[in-house]
Write a protein that binds this ligand. Structure first.
Ligand SMILES: [Zn+2]
Length: 129
């Protein structure tokens, strides 16, 4: 069960921490307890409320969807803007080139060169000992 529970407005917009106006705890003597969330949807601006089972509630439930992109990368990507149709076409033609695959490892290797050299350094240290 890797699907994390999230809170959604009726309009489909995901509710995150900044939309939440109030949270509460709804304890029951029998049966599951609930966490109560009152929110104002950032998209449709409607007020809503939702009960989430305590067992489904977790720390990340109100966080933005986590990504592997660092903050610095995120800024770079945002500065670049959305990928245009022309860029998609260019990428398509690049892939059709016969040497497209042979180019790929080189590009990846140059990005990894730093960690590779450090790994080699560790190896030589080990052999010296
Ligand atoms: Zn909404």
């Amino acid at each position: 069960m890797s699907v994390k529970p999230i809170i959604r407005c009726n309009c489909g917009q995901r509710i995150v921490a900044k939309d939440v106006m109030q949270t509460g705890y709804y304890l029951r003597l029998f049966g599951p307890s609930f966490v109560y969330v009152k929110y104002r949807c950032s998209r449709c601006k409607k007020l809503g409320e939702q009960f989430v089972k305590q067992e489904d509630w977790e720390d990340g439930i109100l966080n933005d969807i986590p990504t592997e992109v660092s903050q610095a990368d995120k800024k770079t990507f945002e500065a670049l803007g959305p990928i245009t149709l022309h860029e998609q076409i260019d990428a398509h033609f690049e892939l059709e080139k016969p040497d497209a695959l042979s180019k790929l490892p080189n590009g990846m290797a140059s990005g990894l060169s730093k960690s590779e050299t450090s790994a080699q350094g560790e190896d030589s240290d080990a052999s010296d000992n």
